[in-house]
Design a protein around this ligand. Structure first.
Ligand code: S3P
Length: 170
């Protein structure tokens, strides 16, 4: 079984993937981490030195590979993964449980304002503009996220509560 978690930066994909993998006795695979290992540098450096297009191309190739592999796993994507190339089509693929972790703008803003520098897509946005940026960006990306087969509204739920809900769905 393959589970793919999608959603905006800060929605909790990585934490939920790790917790779900533990509870299901499966492997957790984090796309961003795999890219960083392959390039032997952090994401911020990849964006800085090679540019976003390079990152998106690699992200697409590795995402495809993970989905075509035999091995089962819980795949945690990056916030932009479903929004580039034809990546969103894979969310509909047979045998893939794709899940959108849908978070309100306020929750995302509260989390992301503390972690801006680690995230190249928002690193240069001033804090006073960040909430509006997130609202617009999320609106643009929602069409892709909602291609996932299931949506879980995360609101103020803890990772453990989200995982309980996911286990009922799968
Ligand atoms: C991105 C989100 C990041 C990472 C990269 C681009 C995006 O992942 O893939 O910085 O375009 O939203 P997280 O959602 O894990 O922060």
């Amino acid at each position: 079984m393959k589970v793919v978690l999608v959603g905006y930066m800060g929605c909790g994909k990585s934490v939920v993937a790790r917790e779900l993998a533990k509870r299901m006795g499966m492997k957790s695979l984090e796309l961003d981490e795999i890219i960083e290992k392959k390039c032997q540098m952090p994401l911020t450096k990849i964006f800085e030195t090679k540019g976003e297009l390079y990152f998106r191309t690699l992200e697409h190739e590795i995402f495809k590979q993970l989905l075509n592999e035999e091995a089962d796993g819980i795949i945690s994507t990056g916030g932009g993964t479903p929004c580039y190339f034809n990546n969103h089509e894979f969310l509909q693929q047979n045998g893939i449980y794709s899940i959108y972790l849908k978070a309100p703008v306020e929750v995302l803003y509260q989390r992301l304002k503390k972690e801006k520098t680690k995230r190249p897509m928002i690193a240069k946005i001033h804090e006073e503009d960040l909430k509006e940026f997130i609202a617009k960006h999320l609106f643009e990306r929602s069409n892709y996220y909602t291609k996932a087969k299931f949506t879980i509204a995360i609101a103020a739920k803890s990772p453990a509560e989200i995982v309980d809900e996911l286990l009922n769905l799968l």
